[in-house]
Design a protein around this ligand. Structure first.
Ligand code: MV4
Length: 456
């Protein structure tokens, strides 16, 4: 069946390359947009067509509604794939896309908006019986109201921004006398970051794991989950390593979390690919945290353990086709993980200098390979990593029959991997693999605070 003739890719870097490859696999033409500074990127070289949409600053190029829509219509693209970041979760852009008779490769704007308000999302999940952390009924207006709530559920509590995500506008409160200052600080930070100072309260879950369920839903009413990813290893709310399946999940817990994620999907009429994030506490209880209404950086670990192509599924779903492994009855529904996959985010940063950005020209590139090794990257020798955008330059994804096999392959692959000319996080990851708590799968969100890696 014919999907689209041509798709505009409204992104850059490794994910633009990833989407070009999916288009080629599906027999769809790819149109990559680029800023002035990105004219020599790999995605521009690999795409069928490329068009400049403005200067280096994102606001004038990758975030410029008119230039993106103008490029799509003038070049005859029928659909826009946003990747992650930039405009991927911008409901106003989705509406502009649709008003110009273009197809959005992602969910409806109403679903993006609803999940974008963390307080509304939380209330919706409570209503349909998805577990949420004990917390306030909606927004809290004063420190006094917050204190009354905290004395009911008990300290410690966490103040969160309704417009939040990524940990901004969040404050822990461990005792009543800290409340006023924390409340004021959370409000101020949320106002500065999101232009919306609304906050709500939750009980603080101590040493949680971050476990997220990948979902797909098509426009025929089919929805499936593709198991979970464990993203507990983060630094200042930036994920560094993700794995699937989670070392912490039994098949029973996976089934219950998968059901909860699909209940959320059906309630909001969600379509396309998405991720439902949960906190998992030390008792094995899970709580809805938020939903990401886009494809995520870490989607490849799920692809490796489920033998799926999530980007291709996104394109098919947007074209009105059913999820491929539901349409093709001979394929299994991948709710059971096969083997184990780990992704390492290779950033152009110097771990020895507090992960300071390290842009520059690639003088040497030796990519790892062999069984169970996948590298998603836009690097090539002679390419200059600009200082302007996200520092992610490669994703190393290893797969093995077991977690131990995957860890061994990761050591081999990281040892093979050479990127010359810039500092990267390769050595940091190699050191991480020697920490016994990681090897045994005992990872919580405070892992890197408990086991600081002196680098490398
Ligand atoms: C929490 C929490 C503990 N208790 N909520 C961090 C970002 C935002 N998405 C929600 N986050 C958290 N919410 C309650 N009630 C701990 C975190 C958190 C965290 C969550 C996932 C991954 C890494 C994290 C690092 C610090 C805090």
């Amino acid at each position: 069946m014919a999907l689209f003739d041509k798709i505009l890719i409204a992104n850059r870097g490794e994910v633009a390359v990833r989407i070009v490859r999916a288009c080629r696999d599906l027999g769809v033409l790819s149109l990559v947009v680029y800023s002035d500074i990105d004219r020599n990127t790999l995605a521009v070289q690999l795409a069928d067509e490329a068009v400049c949409i403005g200067p280096a600053q994102s606001a004038q190029s990758y975030l410029n509604f008119a230039n993106l829509i103008g490029a799509a219509t003038s070049r005859g693209a029928q659909a826009i794939h946003p990747g992650y970041g930039f405009l991927a979760e911008n409901a106003a852009f989705v509406r502009a896309v649709k008003e110009n008779d273009l197809v959005w490769i992602g969910p409806e704007p109403e679903a993006i908006e609803m999940m974008g308000d963390k307080s509304v999302a939380r209330e919706t999940m409570m209503r349909i019986g998805v577990p949420t952390v004990p917390g306030s009924d909606g927004p809290i207006k004063s420190a006094d109201e917050a204190s009354r709530f905290a004395s009911e559920v008990g300290y410690p509590v966490l103040i969160k921004a309704s417009a939040g995500g990524g940990g901004r506008g969040m404050r822990e409160v461990h005792a009543p006398q800290e409340m006023q200052a924390a409340f004021d600080a959370a409000r101020a930070e949320a106002t500065a970051a999101f232009g919306n100072g609304e906050v709500y309260l939750e009980k603080l879950i101590l040493r949680p794991r971050h476990v997220e369920i990948q979902v797909l839903a098509d426009t025929h009413g089919n929805s499936v989950h593709l198991c979970e990813r464990d993203c507990s290893i983060q630094r200042r709310h930036q994920k560094l390593l993700e794995e699937a399946p989670s070392p912490a999940l039994s098949s029973d817990l996976r089934e219950r979390m998968g059901k909860a994620a699909l209940a959320a999907v059906r309630e909001v009429g969600y379509t396309n690919a998405g991720t439902v994030e949960f906190l998992l506490d030390e008792n094995g209880d899970f709580y809805f945290m938020e939903m990401n209404t886009r494809v995520q950086v870490e989607h490849p670990v799920t692809e490796q353990i489920t033998s799926t192509d999530i980007i291709c599924e996104q394109i098919r779903i947007a074209a009105g086709a059913p999820i491929s492994f539901i349409a093709n009855k001979s394929l299994d529904i991948p709710a059971v993980p096969k083997g184990h996959a780990i992704e390492f985010r290779i950033n152009a940063e110097d771990p020895a200098k507090n992960f300071w950005p390290s842009p520059g020209t690639i003088t040497e590139l030796r990519l790892p390979g062999g069984p169970g090794v996948r590298v998603d990257t836009h690097l090539y020798t002679g390419y200059t990593v600009p200082p302007t955008y996200d520092s992610l330059v490669a994703k190393l994804v290893v797969w093995g029959e077991t977690r131990d096999v995957a860890i061994n392959r990761a050591k081999r692959a990281l040892d093979e991997f050479v990127i010359g000319g810039i500092h990267t996080t390769i050595g940091f990851h190699r050191a991480l693999l020697e920490i016994p708590a990681f090897v045994s799968g005992d990872v919580q969100t405070d892992f890197l605070e408990r086991y600081p890696i002196s680098c490398v």
